[in-house]
Design a protein around this ligand. Structure first.
Ligand SMILES: CCCn1cc(-c2nc(Nc3ccc(C(=O)NC)cc3)nc3[nH]ccc23)cn1
Length: 303
């Protein structure tokens, strides 16, 4: 059941006008809708997520996702607007703020010729702040990747899609999952590959992979899955992929530096990819590294 605060924002289905499909997240589909109670097209645009399959397990996960996102209040996390109960009240829909510039991947591809290092460091800093906020609430995101970052404006990005987010129990510093599901293993830390362990430090590993995507302009030819399969062999299938990837990482293979990537930024990625989770930096330390890189870029610009 939803708390009092969560119930306040109830959207009536009859005023929620479908406009277009925006994308697919974990188990769900996201549509652009206009919430138009006056019926004169002056209503606000919202992003509405609904479950694809109404499998019992997915419904429970969806309710957890709604509880998670409605508890987050941060400039660098996509905002919760409310809930829309469908007719039978069987399935419900999650209403969120609409981010007009779409996914970071499409944004970077479209604008790669005008995106500066400073802009990429600004985006990195915003994602880092969003992750610091999540960590302070004991949330582990578990799916931090460019595909789950949305662009609000030319100077603001936000973390989206909390379908895999879990709360770390107070007495432990990691969360162990049972089902692997559709695992994004190329963003996974070694301990997540070998023991299904997820923690703030495994989120830091994924943040390093996200930095790699960002400084590769999210180009498909250089995406983490393609570069990793090139290393472990493209003929490896299923569970064996995780084994080969783990072995490559244990033998100190890492994603290669993106072309033209500033050395300080690649060094940041390498620190995130420390094999032992306790050797990885915290998000607040990463914040300081990014700030010092940003300052260097500002000084450099002055010449
Ligand atoms: C992250 C995976 C699930 N997912 C979330 C969204 C989403 N999209 C958008 N805006 C958006 C998306 C696409 C485009 C576009 O031009 N496409 C060709 C323009 C604007 N705002 C959102 N607010 C909350 C979720 C959400 C889409 N997929």
């Amino acid at each position: 059941a939803l708390s009092k605060q969560q119930q306040n924002e109830v959207y009536e289905e009859r005023h929620l006008k479908f406009i277009s499909s925006l994308g697919k997240g974990n188990f769900g589909r996201v549509d652009l809708c206009r919430y138009d109670p006056l019926g004169d097209n002056t209503g606000e645009l919202v992003a509405v997520k609904q479950l694809q399959s109404n499998k019992q397990s997915n419904m429970a996960d969806f309710q957890k996702e709604i509880q998670t996102i409605s508890s987050l209040h941060c400039d660098y996390i996509v905002k919760y607007r409310g809930i829309c109960y469908s007719a039978g009240r069987l399935s419900m829909r999650l209403v969120m703020e609409f981010l007009p510039f779409g996914s970071l991947i499409s944004y970077m591809e479209k604008n790669k010729l005008i995106i500066t290092t400073r802009r990429m460091l600004l985006f990195s800093s915003q994602i880092c702040k969003g992750m610091e906020y999540l960590q302070n609430l004991h949330y582990v995101h578990r799916d931090l990747a460019a595909r789950n970052i949305l662009v609000s404006s030319d100077t603001l990005v936000k973390i989206a899609d909390f379908g895999l987010t879990k709360i770390v129990p107070l007495n432990k510093d990691y969360y162990r999952v049972t089902q692997s599901g559709e695992s994004p293993i190329f963003w996974y830390a070694p301990e997540s590959l070998s023991e299904y362990k997820f923690s703030h430090k495994s989120d830091v590993w994924s943040f390093g992979v996200l930095l790699h995507e960002l400084f590769s302009y999210c180009e498909l030819s250089r995406n983490p899955k393609r570069l990793s399969l090139h290393r472990i062999g493209c003929d490896i299938q299923g569970a064996m992929m995780a084994v080969h990837l783990f072995n490559a990482l244990r033998e100190d293979w890492r994603l290669p530096a993106p072309p033209m990537c500033p050395p300080k930024v690649f060094s940041m990625m390498m620190q995130c990819w420390a094999f032992n989770s306790e050797d990885r930096p915290s998000f607040s330390y990463l914040q300081d590294l990014i700030e010092s890189s940003l300052q260097e870029e500002r000084d450099g610009a002055k010449g």
